[in-house]
Structure formats: C-alpha cells, structure tokens
Design a protein around this ligand. Structure first.
Ligand SMILES: Nc1ncnc2c1ncn2[C@@H]1O[C@H](COP(=O)(O)OP(=O)(O)OP(=O)(O)O)[C@@H](O)[C@H]1O
Ligand SMILES: [Mg+2]
Length: 273
C-alpha cells in the first residue's frame, strides 16, 4: 500500500498540491481523477520520485520514500513500472528492443533469459507479431501496449499509468483498461492510474481519489461514487444527462442486491423510482 500524508508542492508562487492525504490500496487499481490542472500528474510524479514534495510523507508499506537514503530509494524505484502519457517509446528501437531496454539497464540475467522475458511480456499484451516493428509503424493503442509491456517487464510491485487512454478511441481504451486491470490482479500489483475517462472510473477503478484544485476532494470505491453526495465530484463525474441517467440505472441495479439495498435505505439513498 502507498500512503500519502500531507503532501504539499508549489512551483514558485503557484500552490499545486495543498495538503493531500490519500491511500493507494495494495493489489488494486487505484484511480486519480480530476479536471485538467488539478494536480494529478504532479501527485504521481511525487509518488515515483520525479518531483520532490515541499513537505509531507509518501509511505511505501510504512516506509517513508521521501526520507530514504539513495540505496533504499533505488530499491523502491526498481519495483516501480511506469507508463508515461504518450507512451514515450524510443523511436529508433524496435518494439522488442524497447521492452528489452529496462532489462538491460536494471537486471543481470543472460541475454537468452532476457529475450525470453521480453517474448513473454509481448505475448501477454498480444503483440508478439509486432516485435520487429518500429514505433512509427504501429497504432496508438499498440504503442500503449508496448508501453505496458515495458512497464511490467521487471515484474514491478507498483504500476503507475498517466492517462493511459489519452488519444485512443473508446473501444481501444476499454482494451487497455482491461489489460491493466487483469495485470494488476494477475501479478498482485498496486496500480495507480491518472485518468479523466469516465468509462475507466465506472468499469475498472477499485479505489478512486478525486482531486480538485490541488486538494483531495473525495476518496472512495467505484460503488460508493454512485451515491457520493459531494457536489464538485458529481458535477465532474456525471457531467452530462447521459451519465446522470447511467448513474440512476446503476443505483437501481445495486438496489437489487440485498446488502446494498439495506445500506442504501440506512443512508437515505434509495433510488427515485
Ligand atoms: N514543473 C512545473 N513548473 C511549474 N508549474 C507546474 C509544473 N508542473 C506542473 N505545474 C502546474 O501544476 C498544475 C497541475 O499540473 P498537473 O500536470 O499535475 O495537472 P493534471 O491534473 O495532471 O492535468 P491534466 O489532466 O491536464 O494532465 C498546473 O497548473 C501546472 O501548470
Ligand atoms: Mg496530467
């Protein structure tokens, strides 16, 4: 589990994160949502050590990442896989060379073992046929999958994805979401995703942190979000009539389940019709 405790960060006069405390649950798909400029990327960069918070703690299984010596920090970094916005592949390397790169940098196995691991990861993201292609020759969704293969090649405990669906069509977005969720479960990874994709929120977020102007405005599960009363969260998530209808339908569905029905009645959250 990753705990953020009172994280603050400013760039010059601009306060970007104001006292953010939140928990990223172990072995789950955690989402950070919020409008553009709310501080999602800066928060993620703090978690992986690319940005140093002005104050606050980032605890990896209880140990403060911000206060660690270089060796301990390096150990945690080796357990982190990251999928960057725009995939950030090396254009002059083939797909398999891109996935091999972290292994060559950080692992000690033989060339044969490394090639085997690359082949496994490419197979897992369904890209074995594209191994010899260059990034310019493959589609946006395929590039994301190469990015995912590269992020998991070192068997990370933590996986960070910044806007994995940006620039993808809705169907391809679903494929990427499903892949990330499956890998999270399969390898028991603690995954953190920055997203503004409402499909992702409804379908694959186990735990959701909503950021508003540098503050954590709300935190809860993707079931709880259906009943959340926070006005800013509701304006953000259920922004269209279509999504408000979808929310009511989901509430009715959940009302069929006895446990949820009792909870909804207790909280005064019964569906309107
Ligand atoms: N290196 C930096 N120097 C100065 N300001 C920065 C820097 N990085 C981010 N900011 C500012 O911090 C604020 C939050 O940025 P951030 O990139 O975290 O937003 P975001 O929630 O990820 O937005 P988006 O959804 O557009 O990706 C913005 O106002 C941005 O201009
Ligand atoms: Mg961002």
């Amino acid at each position: 589990m990753i705990e953020l405790v009172n994280i603050r960060k400013s760039f010059g006069e601009k306060v970007v994160l104001q006292d953010v405390s939140a928990t990223m649950q172990a072995g789950k798909t955690n989402l950070i949502i919020g409008s553009s400029g709310s501080g999602k990327t800066v928060l993620m960069k703090c978690m992986v050590g690319l940005v140093k918070p002005d104050s606050g703690k980032i605890l990896y299984n209880g140990k403060d990442f911000t206060a660690m010596n270089d060796k301990d920090k390096k150990d945690i970094r080796q357990e982190i896989g990251m999928l960057f916005q725009g995939s950030a592949l090396f254009d002059s390397m083939t797909v398999e060379e891109n996935v091999l790169f972290p292994l060559d940098m950080f692992s000690v196995g033989s060339y044969k073992e490394k090639r085997k691991r690359v082949a496994e990861c490419l197979d897992r993201v369904n890209l074995s046929d594209a191994a010899k292609k260059f990034p310019a020759e493959i589609s946006g969704g395929m590039k994301k999958r190469v990015g995912i293969a590269r992020a998991i090649v070192l068997n990370p405990k933590y996986l960070f994805c910044d806007e994995p669906n940006s620039g993808l069509d809705p169907q391809t977005s679903l494929v990427i979401d499903k892949l990330i969720s499956e890998l999270t479960k399969e390898y028991n990874i603690t995954t953190v995703i920055n997203t503004h994709d409402m499909n992702t929120v409804m379908e694959s977020g186990d735990h959701i942190v909503y950021m508003y102007q540098g503050l954590k405005q709300w935190e809860g599960s993707n079931k709880e979000i259906i009943f959340a009363k926070d006005e800013k969260l509701n304006d953000f998530i259920f922004a269209s009539d279509f999504l408000r209808d979808a929310k009511e339908m989901r509430q009715m569905e959940m009302f069929q389940d006895r446990d949820w029905r009792n909870k909804m009645k207790k909280d005064g959250n019964e569906p309107k019709s």
